[in-house]
Design a binder for this molecule. Structure first.
Ligand code: AMP
Length: 363
């Protein structure tokens, strides 16, 4: 029997494209579902061009593929449940439901996985904000639909609370205590339904709530790094994880606090393509196929810089001046402001000297 599989990927952006590249060099075939026939994955795979909630298109993908996966968490879980065959989606739809809703996610993280999260409460209307203690700071986040800081309100004053009340009356929310973190970090972990493998701890720097730079290994103590990895493994084991998951966390002086999980390869793990012996996309594909997973080694300290629409020329110039830096461009046709167009990975022991594109100019 051939070990070549046809893998169906829901979503043909850069994550789907890089998953497809891993799958292809392992000998598999890829079919992508994406609303845009010229999506980044169209460079490397056949595309079924249809909306994500088009049940007929999902059924076609299911009929033609051995295994299904997704590149983003807002996939229609009910639609998928209606078409997938037994075992065809190793990641399952439960993990999708958890990561689509911050209320389920917090409940899963604190009660099932039993990892530390910021103190929080569920807010169903502004009435739930009436008695909050304004000597502390908070972040109010909508339960669904938020990303990159959208659907969030930081509360540090009575004025902020006014705006937060409006948000709380518009949607179900989670109110979290504001964490005075030293660093934002993340850990990539991959599973094959039985075993897991974990990547080094990544340090993440955001600009305007968009990831700008990832430094690996994160500049935290070995003790905290071990704790961060152990937390990621604990979450993965609790999920019987298949495929790649990213755990985003805050590192304080002496603790690690989990912020959220993304059940897919993550922007902060892109450095692994060159800097590790297997990338987060390789282990994703191995994981969803139920194949044995390798231990992960970081070759050398690395830095990843995101290339947004306004940075394309600067990035192209950068790699002509620094030819040992790896430029990835995703093949997006239009370089819109703040749109993720590509990234650059380079090896460096001096991450502070690696300057983000556009820093101080047009972020
Ligand atoms: P999120 O959508 O949950 O990833 O939040 C977006 C960004 O808001 C994070 O990357 C943090 O910089 C910040 N943030 C979110 N939650 C908190 C919190 N509880 N305390 C402090 N900063 C936060």
């Amino acid at each position: 029997m051939s070990s070549t599989k046809t893998i169906g990927i829901i979503g043909g952006g850069q994550l789907g494209q890089m998953m497809a590249i891993s799958a292809i060099y392992m000998g598999h075939k890829v079919i992508t579902l994406d609303p845009a026939s010229d999506c980044p994955s169209s460079r490397v795979s056949e595309v079924i061009a249809a909306p994500y909630d088009d049940v007929d298109a999902l059924r076609q993908l299911s009929d033609r593929c051995d295994v299904l996966t997704y590149e983003f968490e807002n996939v229609d879980a009910d639609g998928l449940d209606a078409v997938i065959k037994d075992g065809q989606l190793p990641q399952g739809t439960e993990l999708l439901r958890i990561s689509q809703n911050r209320i389920f996610e917090k409940d899963f993280l604190s009660n099932k996985a039993q990892v530390t999260v910021a103190p929080y409460k569920v807010v169903t209307s502004s009435l739930d904000l009436e008695d909050i203690d304004l000597s502390k700071n908070y972040v109010l986040k909508t339960a669904t639909g938020g990303y990159d800081g959208h659907g969030q309100k930081v509360i540090t004053s009575a004025e902020d609370l006014e705006e937060a009340n409006a948000l709380a009356n518009s949607a179900e929310c989670v109110l979290e205590e504001f964490v005075n973190f030293d660093l934002e970090i993340s850990v990539i972990v991959s599973g094959n339904g039985k075993d897991v493998t974990v990547f080094p701890v990544q340090e993440n720097i955001h600009r305007n709530n968009i990831l700008s730079k990832t430094i690996v290994p994160a500049r935290i103590s070995d003790r905290l790094a071990d704790r961060a990895k152990a937390i990621a493994v604990k979450i993965a084991e609790q999920l019987n994880l298949s495929g790649t998951l990213c755990v985003e966390m805050f590192a304080t002086a002496d603790d690690i606090i989990v912020n959220e999980i993304a059940p897919r390869p993550h922007n902060s793990g892109h450095y692994s393509i060159e800097a590790c012996d297997f990338s987060q996309f390789d282990t994703h594909i191995l994981g969803v196929l139920g194949a044995p997973l390798p231990a992960i080694n970081l070759h050398e300290p690395a830095v990843m810089l995101n290339v947004l629409g306004q940075h394309v020329e600067a990035a192209e110039r950068y790699v002509t001046e620094n030819p040992s830096a790896h430029l990835h461009m995703y093949g997006k046709l239009e370089a819109k402001h703040n749109r993720k167009m590509g990234h650059v990975t380079l090896f460096s022991n001096e991450p502070d000297n690696v300057v983000e594109f556009g820093k101080g100019i047009d972020f």
